[in-house]
Design a protein. Structure first.
Lengths: 210, 210
DNA sequence: GTCTATACGTCGATAGAC
DNA sequence: GTCTATCGACGTATAGAC
């Protein structure tokens, strides 16, 4: 149940080749990307760093694109397994929490940007499918939390929940690239502004501010 | 005064080589990118489309990266010259206006994403410098407009102007990638939400909604 | 199943002929 | 100013050793 990360990636069916070894390679690759992002990471460079031939990598991943997506997917899962236990249910808090973890591994944030950009090119089906699905799921989950908080009177009701969800995700993504280009950009602080902006107007303010 | 777009790009000084021809190539290249984004756009592909050898392109631009940045810069300038005359002074309105134009040329939006991602890789100095500067300038300008509207009582004063500026830019950028992946994402509508979120709480609402 | 060796076509970039 | 030729590196594919 823990090593089923190929659901989205491999649709060719034959994905039982060396699950264990594949995991090893993935773990090593994550270290490489966490350090340097997608900077000088050709297939051949990654292979050299891991200590195999570049053709060996293609034995476990159909393409470089698929390896990159798998690396990001795996890194994300590992992180959410480690921290996701104490389930945060505050929508803005979730993003802030994620951002807090991200600032610790700029390489993965950079990999994320690289992959999103790649997903926008029509030839890259793998990353395109991955991120289309990912955005849909995230929007839906976040919209649910927002709608619930609207019912509870914690979030103003004059804005559409799913619209706010898109906005929060967009702001989070956009701020991360601004932060990568200029570390002075206060990723967490700026995201927290949504706590203020989303507070119901008539509410005696201070009920949700931390 | 109109063809000085090399300020940011060429720091090598010798930028008087074939200004006219350079413009021609740039204009042709913009057409290519407006259609297809950065999709199959190698130097050689672009050159073929224009009708020269790829080496010829490198006579006018030091690298592919520089050509891409020049294309985006030039396309943006052309657009702002065409529409920027009726200067919009409403900060949110500015972003909505820009977004409106962008949805007409998805290729350029995709090029933007590609270039931003490239700028995050340390080796790409040209795009990194361009976007670092660009974000700084945009943040400063937007923050000025926001602060002014705060003084006028049009925008709530309990949030920092420059923080909001970063947030607006981030949301705009993030929404554009979501929209490229899923055209159902209502780029303009979602950005307009900020008109509501930024309205002063005590204000008799409706004074700024359109 | 795991991997090396090797080859193919394309890429960005450079050097030099015309 | 523009070309051809060439370079090293890249992603990908295949053949076959173990």
């Amino acid at each position: 149940m823990t090593n089923d990360e190929s659901e989205l990636i491999g649709r060719s069916g034959s994905y039982q080749k060396g699950v264990a070894r594949r995991q090893e390679i993935l773990d090593r690759a994550i270290e490489v990307f966490a350090e340097r992002g997608a900077d000088g990471t050709s297939l051949r460079q990654i292979a050299k760093e891991i200590g195999v031939s570049h053709a060996a990598l293609l034995h476990y991943f159909d393409s470089r694109e698929q390896l990159l997506v798998a690396v990001y997917e795996h890194a994300e899962r590992v992180r959410s397994e480690r921290t996701g236990l104490r389930s945060i249910e505050d929508p803005v808090g979730m993003l802030v929490e994620a951002a807090t973890h991200n600032v610790a591994v700029p390489g993965l944030v950079q990999l994320y940007s690289t992959l999103v950009a790649a997903a926008l090119e029509s030839r890259n089906e793998v990353s395109r499918n991955f991120f289309t699905e990912r955005f849909e799921v995230t929007r839906r989950e976040l919209a649910g939390l927002i709608a619930r908080d609207q019912d509870r009177g914690l979030i103003r009701k004059d804005v559409d929940a799913s619209a706010i969800a898109s906005l929060l995700i967009a702001a989070s993504d956009g701020l991360q690239t601004q932060w990568l280009l200029d570390p002075n950009v206060d990723l967490r602080g700026f995201l927290q502004l949504f706590d203020i902006l989303l507070t119901p107007a008539v509410q005696p303010q201070g009920s949700r501010a931390d």
